[in-house]
Design a protein around this ligand. Sequence first.
Ligand SMILES: [Zn+2]
Length: 268
Amino acid sequence: MADWRHIFLVTDIEGVAGVESWEQTRSGPRHEAAKALATDEVNSVVGALLGPPDNPDPPLLRISVWDGHGCGGLLFDRLDRRVTFYRHDDTRNFTGLLRESLRAGVPVDALGFVGQHAMEGSGGTLSHTYSSRRIRSYKLNGRPIGEFGLRALFAWALAKIPTVFFSGDDVACREAQSLVPGILLVQVKESLNVTSARHLEPKNACAQLATTARKILELNPSDSSLRPSFIPEPPFEFRKHFKLKFGLVPRPQRTLTGDNLTALLEKE
Ligand SMILES: [Zn+2]
C-alpha cells in the first residue's frame, strides 16, 4: 500500500453528471438539485478512499474537500462527515489552504478534482476559466491553461504535490490528461456543446467514481506521470485575455511576469 496521508479534493459543479445548463450553476431550485448531485459524487470518492463509515482503520489520515464553485456547489449537510470541509467563500482560497497544510504539519500529498469543467473556448460543457463573462483565455509561457492546469501547476510548484484524480466531461478529461499523463480519469458525460451533454445516469457515475477512486491508493506517490508534463521555466509570463464588454473601455489583455511561479499563479 502506498503511503498517501492527506488527499485534497477540489470540487466543482459544472463537470458533474446531470449538469449542463448555466441555470444549474447559479442560485435557485435547479442549483440546489445540482448541488445534491455534486455532493453524491464527492461522497462516492470519499467513501471509496475511507471505506465504510465505521471503518476502524481508514487508509488515509485526512481528506480535505474544498468547494471550488464560485457561489457554492456542495450541500454540507449531506457531505461525508469524515472530511475536512472548506467552504466556497473561505477567504484562504485554494492556494492559501495548500500553503496552510504545509505550515500546520499536515501537508497535502495528492490533489484530486471532482466535477471539474474544461477551459474557456474548449467546447466542453459549461467550459469557462474562472469568470465566464470576463475571461477569454489564460496562457502561461504561451500555453493555454484553465482552472485545472493552474491548480495542478500551483500544487506542483509549491511542494511537488502530484495530481492523481479527475472527473468531468470528455473535453475536461482530455485537458487533464494532456497536462498530467498518469492521472486517473472518470468521464461522467460526453460534451455535445457548451450547454448540452450526454450524461451517465447519476448512480452509475457515482459507481464509476468509486471504482476509479479506489485505485488512488495503489498509485506510487513518486510516479513521474503524476506530475505536470509541462513545467514552464523562468521567466514566467502569465497572460490573461479578456472578453470585451459592451459599453466599457476595452482592456483586452494583461500580462504578469516574474520569477516566482507560485506567487504569479496566486494573482489569479
Ligand atoms: Zn464552478
